[in-house]
Design a protein around this ligand. Structure first.
Ligand code: UD1
Length: 421
């Protein structure tokens, strides 16, 4: 099994190109199920999660091209030939549930495995199913699978989400494009990936207003057509690499980065005494040379501080001057990285959804392992600042969400390699 070995060796400097967003691509890909015509996505990231989604779509009848060549994907679904999203694929990746809305809208029936729990929490689908039921679907849970059908197609509805779930907003948005009449999603998620999906659907002929606000209105149309769409920049990859100079020292320009993708995160970095400047090509992040300051962080829905950057921010705060409190409000079990960072000499106390981190003078390299994608990369970041060698195992988590991770870190001067043991 592969591991990543990092040797802390001082400041990092240079440029890193930021890829298209994994989470946007994972919702744009199922949009192909809404039309008989091809959907082409450019700026797609090369990641194992994208391959998993391609595999799922292929199992439903989608022709997938371009995955081998890299960042352009051509997807065409002339006909949905199978209406079952099997557990074998869905259990690997929760985002597989994003085929439910489009399949139901196009075919009037779908059988989708429930994903089950994952390392960071229970992750139910009640918000998705309640909304689709309000749109006229009948949904039953049998043998771990959601069996969904409609009687004559989905109908527009006024839907108020009990929580601004990203996935539920995406599923309903896609389903509503082909429903009869108007759908309003109240308390909708506002994440940039949702705006990107709405923009793509509009290119496909959908009538959507209000994406990026908490009220999205969709006027159903009879059919959607093909389109070409560039995937939005990955704000989580962006934030992750912004933390490299913050924790190791130095100055790094993140190519393609934009502050409005990560406003709350940039504010926290500045509060910690890291400089963030917009440049013509992206964002420039500079460690001013002094030790970072402790800051309190609370994860929130967009535009708040993203839960997907909490683990990486914790790595930085392990080295800060003073005590920081991190509060996780989105997932109930998202501090699995804390005991691993503690093995590297960090001082962290976790109590429920709060972690109290008292910065230490020096982290120490250690063998560590991660239970999820963002936790894995937080250990690489900690390894950049640690004395000695850090070995991060279970690298398959990283392959899900960070393309060319070793090349990108070594491009800014980090001593990092992937080894097979
Ligand atoms: C998406 C992202 C994930 C990110 C998360 C929150 C993708 C592929 N994944 O996940 O990286 O961490 O947003 O920003 O885009 N919930 C329910 N019932 C539901 C749905 C969700 O209780 O029906 C709860 C979840 O258990 C969780 C919270 O709502 O506690 C947030 O989930 P949600 O916004 O749906 O996240 P995902 O779309 O799964």
């Amino acid at each position: 099994m592969d591991s990543i070995v990092i040797k802390g060796n001082g400041p990092v400097n240079g440029q890193i190109p930021i890829a298209g967003a994994k989470n946007a691509c994972l919702t744009l890909m199922p949009a192909t199920l809404l039309s008989e015509e091809p959907l082409t996505l450019t700026n797609a990231p090369r990641l194992s999660d994208i391959k998993t989604m391609a595999e799922l779509l292929a199992s439903l009848g989608t022709e997938v091209a371009g995955l081998q060549d890299g960042t352009v994907q051509a997807l065409g679904t002339k006909e949905i030939t199978n209406h079952v999203a099997h557990y074998d694929i869905v259990r690997k990746m929760r985002a597989s549930n994003l085929v439910l809305g489009p399949m139901l809208a196009r075919m009037g029936h779908a059988v989708v495995s429930l994903p089950g729990g994952c390392a960071i929490g229970a992750r139910p689908m009640d918000i998705h199913t309640d909304a689709l039921e309000q749109m006229g679907a009948t949904i039953e849970l049998k043998d771990g699978y959601l069996h969904a059908k409609t009687n004559g197609g989905l109908k527009g509805a006024m839907i108020k989400l009990r929580f601004a779930s990203v996935g539920a907003t995406e599923n309903i948005l896609m389903a509503a494009t082909l429903a009869k009449g108007t759908t309003v999603i109240d308390n909708a998620a506002k994440e940039p990936e949702i705006v990107d999906l709405a923009e793509c659907l509009r290119k496909m002929g959908a009538q959507i207003e209000g994406e990026g606000t908490s009220r999205i209105e969709i006027q159903g149309v009879d059919r959607l057509h093909g389109a070409t769409h560039p995937v939005v920049t990955d704000r989580i990859e962006l934030g992750t690499y912004m933390l490299a100079p913050a924790i190791a020292g130095g100055e790094v320009e993140l190519l393609g980065g934009r502050r409005n993708l990560l406003e709350a995160f940039c504010d926290k970095l500045e509060e910690a005494d890291i400089s963030v400047t917009e440049t013509a090509k992206g964002l420039l992040v500079k460690n001013k040379g002094s030790r970072v300051k402790a800051v309190n962080v609370k994860t929130e829905i967009f535009p708040g501080f993203p839960t997907d950057l909490q683990a990486q921010m914790m790595a930085l705060l392990c080295t800060a001057e003073g005590t920081s409190v991190l509060e996780e409000t989105i997932f109930e079990n998202r501090f699995m990285h804390a005991p691993e960072l503690t093995r590297m000499g960090a001082n962290i106390e976790v109590s429920g959804g709060m972690a109290t981190v008292t910065g230490v003078d020096q982290l120490k390299g250690a063998p560590v392992m991660a239970t999820d994608l963002r936790a894995s990369v937080s250990m690489i970041l900690a390894g950049l600042a640690a004395e000695g060698e850090t070995v991060v195992s279970r690298v398959y988590h990283l392959d899900r969400g960070y393309e060319k991770v070793v090349r990108k870190f070594s491009g800014i001067g980090a001593q990092i390699e992937r080894i097979t043991t």
